[in-house]
Design a protein around this ligand. Structure first.
Ligand code: GH3
Ligand code: MG
Ligand code: MG
Ligand code: MG
Length: 302
């Protein structure tokens, strides 16, 4: 019996250590109007290697959420300006419970308020005063679920032929990423005469070209750049913190790689850093791509 107990303890420890290693990449937003409680939570979380960002009310929390990629929110209920439940309401308009988990911590004895939080989309709640282990275990449990959600979601977002992001990613996530950056550039790339390649060498060969094109793009862009298969043989690249000229240099590098490789195909592209929204920027890049096609293909228009 004792041995069995020890085993489960060991399992738990292993799981705990694995979790802590992962915590280094997790950003926690702690929202509480009490500096004392905020510091107390931050202190516990920092020891577990979490990255902690603090907000003194809901309003400020919303500002921080727009500028930072947050993985989990821990919020108080009673706060000036914007209270916890209003913050939950706001977050749930943009993120589902599995996309951005929320834990409510409050001293309110009112059971009704807690129930309201859960109805609004809080994942869990804790009553003040809470034990350190209580907080840590609840966070770790939620993050374990969050991990498996992310794994499934990642599969959903990837195009299985080319291994780059797909349209689903564009529609569900790029908009959020887009708003994180002040300066950004978008490029739309389309393979020239692809229909002819398919007709001449067969659909399977066409697939190979698609794989090769995506691989070439990925080998040239930086890790922070996002590559998406936009349509059949059309790809979108999102360049954060990048000027139009810098994006052009990267596209010219892709062009040179294609000239040096054994395959014989070219692409046309349009680049845009104009427009205040993602659809607007895509539209402008797409118009330039269309122009590149009309002007004879195998060219990039900025
Ligand atoms: P343009 O230079 O104007 O871009 O001409 P294009 O022939 O490249 O463009 P068009 O839109 O006429 O044809 C695109 C073709 O891409 C048609 C479609 O059958 C093919 N296609 C779309 N998805 C796939 C795919 O997954 N695999 C293969 N092999 N072909 C695909
Ligand atoms: Mg409070
Ligand atoms: Mg084409
Ligand atoms: Mg096309």
């Amino acid at each position: 019996f004792i041995l069995k107990e020890d085993h489960s303890m060991l399992d738990y420890l292993v799981k705990f250590i694995k979790r802590i290693i992962k915590n280094k990449n997790i950003y926690v937003l702690v929202v509480d109007d009490s500096l004392l409680i905020r510091k107390h939570i931050t202190n516990i979380l920092s020891k577990l290697k979490f990255n902690v960002i603090e907000a003194h009310d809901g309003e400020y929390a919303i500002k921080l959420l727009q500028k930072n990629q947050i993985d989990i929110v821990i919020t108080d209920l009673l706060m000036p300006n914007l209270n916890g439940n209003d913050l939950i309401k706001h977050i749930r308009k943009k993120y589902t419970m599995s996309e951005l988990p929320i834990i409510v911590i409050s001293s309110q004895d009112e059971k009704k308020e807690f129930i309201k939080s859960l109805k609004l989309g809080a994942n869990d709640f804790l009553k003040k005063p809470f034990l350190k282990d209580e907080l840590v275990l609840r966070i770790h449990n939620i993050l374990d679920l969050y991990d498996s959600y992310k794994k499934v979601n990642k599969k959903l977002q990837i195009d299985s032929l080319t291994n780059v992001y797909n349209r689903y990613y564009l529609e569900h996530h790029l908009e959020k990423v887009f708003n994180l950056y002040e300066n950004k550039t978008i490029a739309m790339l389309d393979i020239d005469f692809f229909k002819k390649i398919n007709d001449t060498y067969g659909h399977q060969y066409g697939d190979k070209i698609l794989e090769h094109f995506a691989k070439t793009i990925k080998s040239v862009v930086r890790k922070s750049d996002i590559v998406i298969r936009y349509g059949g043989e059309e790809f979108l690249i999102f360049f954060p913190n990048t000027t139009k000229k810098e994006a052009l240099i990267i596209l010219l590098k892709i062009k040179r790689r294609l000239q040096e490789c054994d395959y014989n195909y070219t692409f046309s592209a349009g680049i845009s850093d104009e427009g205040s929204s993602l659809p607007e920027m895509i539209k402008i890049a797409d118009e330039r791509l269309y122009k590149a096609k009309k002007e004879g293909r195998d060219r990039i228009i900025i």
